[in-house]
Ligand binder design. Sequence first.
Ligand code: ADP
Ligand code: MG
Length: 294
Amino acid sequence: ATPTAIMVGTGKGAEQGILIRGGEALERAQKIDTLLLDKTGTITHGKPAITDVIGLLNYRREEVIYYAASAEQRSEHPLARAMMEEAKHQGEQLQEVAFFEAIPGLGVKAKTHSDLIYVGTSELMQSSGFDTSDSEDVYRELQAMGKTVMYVAREQELIGMIAVADTVKMSSKIALETMKKMGINVYMVTGDNRQTAVAIAEMVGIDESHVMAQMLPAQKEQLVVQLQQEGHIVGMSGDGINDAPALARSDIGFAMGAGADVAIEAADITLMSSDLMAIVDAIELSRATMRKIR
Ligand code: ADP
Ligand code: MG
C-alpha cells in the first residue's frame, strides 16, 4: 500500500474509533480468515450480575460477599465489579488489602490485615489445598444453568459460592452473521467453564464445536500458534491480562473497549467500542484500503 493510502485509512479508522498501530496492521487485517473471540465483555455485555450467593459452614450470604469483595478490590475483572457492587449495597467498609495477586483464568488471592482470601474456580481452590468435594455438586449444577460460579475461601475454609449471569449483546449475533458472510471462521475462546460458554455461544449462533472453554492464558496463546501453523491468519479479541499473550501472538490482536492496559499494549488495533461490529468495521476498512492501492 502507498503511504498515502495507509495514512488515509488510519485516519478514517481513528474517526470511527478504530485505533490502528502502524500501517502494517492495517494491511494485514484484511487477511484474517480465523477469529478468536473472548466471551466476557465482547460477546456478552461483560456486566455479570450476581444470581446466587451460598454460605457454607455457618457463613451468611452477606459475609461471603464481604470477604469476596474485600479480596477483589484491586481486580480489574468484570466479575470483581459485580461483587464490589453487591458489597456497596450492603454498605459495609471492606477490609484493607495488604497483598493482592490476580491469577489469570482462575481467580484472585488477597491478604487483608486479618485474613487470607481466595476467590475463583474450583480448580484454583483444589490447587490451593481446599477440599471442594462436599460442594462440587451444587457448583456443577449452577454451571449447568449457564452461570459462572466462584468459590470463596477464607483462611483454611471454603466459606461460600457466588454465581453470576451475564447477558449477550444483540449486536454480537448480527456481527457474527456478518463475519460468517465475510468467510471468516469464528471461535469463542474463554477461561470460563464449558457449560456456561456453550450456553452463551448458542445464543449468538456459534456452534458448540467452535467453543474453546476453560482456556488458561498460555492455552489461548497455544491455540493461536496451532492455527497459524495450519496456515491461518488469526485475529483475536480480548480485554484482560488473561488474553495478553494470545493477543500479542495473533496476527492481529484487537483490544476491546475499556480493556486492561496490558491488553491494549499487546494488541495491534484498539477499538473504542466493545461491540463486535467494530471488528467487522476494522477488517472492512483494511479491505477497502488495500483495494484502493491494487
Ligand atoms: P474470560 O476468558 O471469559 O475473560 P477469564 O480467563 O478472565 O475469563 O476467567 C476464567 C474464570 O476464572 C472465570 O470464569 C472465573 O471463574 C475465574 N476468575 C477470573 N478472574 C476472577 C476474579 N477476579 N475473581 C474471581 N474469579 C475469577
Ligand atoms: Mg475477558
